[in-house]
Ligand binder design. Structure first.
Ligand code: GLA
Length: 385
């Protein structure tokens, strides 16, 4: 938990001014994985971990940033184009600032002090939390306003242009538009978002972090995206109105899928079926049917493991162990994959037992202690008053 008073007084000690505070959450995706950049549907929720930015405007156009987590300082000037992609945390900060300016938001310089409790490398979108909290801080300190969708798009632009991952819109979108006690069904083509009540009084959303991050993540991510695009090119020859895999129904895929070479066919099958599962899961959630939601999560995991091939031995192990534990309605990997976390729906009366089984069995098999978090669905980015 971040102590806001301590953050405020640290800022005051550094800069002699009282800061304004802004926060943006991490996220966990319930279902709809690798569908966002295929114009499909996703169903994430914001989690109780945040990145918080304490900031005050400056008279010039310099942005000076201190990361409390890393104990590092960095700065850049909004009027001097910076070097793209240094491979460090500042890329997210500078990337979002430049993305905002390129979208016509004239910023002022600022002093920023950043602290985060979103686990890093856990597949919980610590990077989107950073982009969105900084973006909101910079816009607000410049005396401007921005709608949540434009802010999310600026965060995604930072990811594409400064960080080098061609990510979809899910992470930034849920960071801006999350709502307490709700999951968010996002149509990643129209960018229409629907809040769906998520009652966790009896069933908890539990995140299990493998504590393993495979280096492949970013390059494999871009490869998967290219494979999907290749699939669309081929399918367009027989279904000319296809713009993205979102436009391919399961029935059409069964008919035309055989035209695709492997592994393109497998990749596309995942996306086409995952879209269908995501819509079904949203419907089940709406009806309060967490059991049906859980079953769809299990199918999603298999598809990500076997067809999309973005799981890892550790993720598979956590899902298998969860499958043997009592009170588990569903378990799957969440986020981009190649390490990171699983998301689980677990009956509240079985939480202690779940915790014990997961840490015991996972440790026995890997020698690694997993991190386990229970999270309510949290609210999106905001200024803290
Ligand atoms: C990462 C990306 C998202 C999304 C997921 C996979 O988190 O940032 O846009 O593509 O992977 O669903």
């Amino acid at each position: 938990m971040i102590n806001y008073d301590v953050l405020r007084s640290s800022f005051h000690a550094l800069h002699g001014r009282r800061p304004r505070l802004f926060r943006a959450p991490g996220r966990v995706n319930l279902i709809g994985e690798h569908t966002d950049y295929n114009d499909g549907w996703v169903l994430p929720m914001a989690i109780r971990f945040d990145t918080v930015v304490a900031g005050a405007a400056r008279e010039d156009r310099r942005v000076r940033v201190r990361s409390l987590n890393l104990d590092e300082d960095a700065e850049f000037d909004l009027d001097t184009p910076g070097p793209p992609r240094r491979g460090i945390w500042l890329d997210y900060v500078e990337g979002v600032a430049r993305a905002l300016e390129s979208r016509g938001v004239r910023l002022r310089g600022a002093d920023l002090l950043i602290q985060s409790d979103v686990p890093v490398g856990a597949g919980l979108s610590s990077s989107a939390a950073l982009e969105i909290s900084v973006g909101l801080a910079l816009v607000s300190l410049a005396g401007m306003e921005i709608d949540p969708v434009s802010l999310a798009l600026a965060g995604q632009q930072a990811e594409h242009e400064y960080v080098g991952t061609r990510s979809g819109i899910m992470d930034q979108f849920i960071a801006t538009l999350g709502r307490a006690d709700h999951a968010l069904l996002i149509d990643c083509r129209s960018l229409e978002a629907t809040h769906i009540p998520l009652d966790t009084s009896e069933v908890a959303v539990v995140i299990c972090d493998t504590q393993v991050k495979h280096e492949l993540a970013s390059s494999e991510y871009n490869t998967r995206r290219a494979e999907c695009e290749r699939g669309v090119d081929i399918l367009r020859e027989v279904m000319p109105e296809t713009r993205a895999l979102r436009d391919v129904s399961v029935a059409n895929f069964e008919r035309f899928g055989p035209l695709l070479p492997e592994p393109i066919r497998q990749r596309c099958r995942h996306v086409v079926t995952e879209n269908q599962r995501t819509l079904a899961a949203a419907e089940a959630l709406r009806n309060g049917d967490l059991e049906a939601t859980g079953k769809l999560m299990g199918l999603s995991h298999r598809s990500l493991r076997d067809d999309y091939e973005v799981s890892s031995p550790e993720l598979d192990l956590l899902v298998d162990i969860a499958g043997m534990a009592r009170g588990v309605l569903g378990a799957r990997m969440t986020g981009g994959g190649f390490g990171g976390s699983t998301v689980n729906l677990v009956g509240r009366d079985c939480l202690d037992e779940f915790h014990e089984t997961i840490s015991g069995e996972y440790f026995r098999a890997t020698g690694i202690q997993p991190a386990i978090y229970v999270s309510e669905a949290a609210g999106g980015a905001e200024e803290m008053r």
